[in-house]
Design a protein around this ligand. Sequence first.
Ligand code: NAD
Length: 309
Amino acid sequence: MTLLDGKQIAATIRAELREEIDALRQAGHRVPCLAVVIVGENPASVTYVRNKMRACEEVGIRVERIALPDTVSEEELLAEVHRLNADPAIDGFIVQLPLPAHINESTILSAIDYRKDVDGLTPENVGRTVQGQPSIVSATPRGIRELLARYNIPTAGKHVVVIGRSNIVGKPVAMLLMQRPYLSLPGMSAASLGDATVTICHSKTQDLAAICRTADIIIVAAGSPGLLTADMVRPGATIIDVGINRVPTTNDQRLTTNDQRPATKLVGDVDFENVAPKAAYITPVPGGVGPMTIVSLLQNTLQAYNEHS
Ligand code: NAD
């Protein structure tokens, strides 16, 4: 079994990005700039935004944080989106999700100029991805494809089972791996990317286990800890665990009664302990898909800068 070390691959990619951005600066060009809009103070969103900003700063991408109160109206947020669309100093921006219940996410996402949509969530970018045209691909699917590429795991002709049909992971990753390849990535020929036979499963799928057992690659993005168990996995399969779940630690995982560690831990959707020995490749949680998602945002920002500045 080989661990797909997203943390290390992401660090390698950040070093590559830093080099590219240093070269821009040295040539007298302005550096790329990302704006991050955060509404309210949802603790998970605050942490995600902080991590994204830190990663930007590490590679030399300028980053602007725009914090709006959770009382902001949909019209006010739309006005901010329009302002960022028109600002030539901003190459790309994201609106951190989720948004408060009184704001329609799809109205906001649809208003973002697709050329600046570095989360790849606008109908324009999603449509382009579906049609196999060059597009900004949403961060987690892009990160998964890059991770497979960097470990030279071919997808052509393979059966990929995706568990989850969300707009941010399940659907776009299925599209990406199914389509005829048009991009080449470092370390892998274009012919080896895409071209998979993809099955998308979801909460209403019948006999998920039987479908998974026919998979060469399983991508789990359900948000359900322990969903993928060893009996669902063919020996030698590749397992990509997208899930991020915070679960309580059991008492025996705390060393003493004075143990100061938090009483929760992060786990994915895979029963890692029992699945890992059967898998050829598997991502850990944390340290697998998560860091690849953040680095994909940086790559998307540089892509937007290169294509439209
Ligand atoms: P979501 O929460 O919007 O939807 C979950 C999907 O899983 C649904 O389509 C549902 O039908 C399916 N599902 C749920 N339970 C199932 C079951 N028992 N069997 C089969 N299908 C089932 O999905 P999301 O926003 O894509 O998030 C999924 C998970 O991935 C969450 O844990 C989220 O935190 C995580 N996530 C991680 C990253 C990352 O960078 N690692 C990025 C995005 C999301």
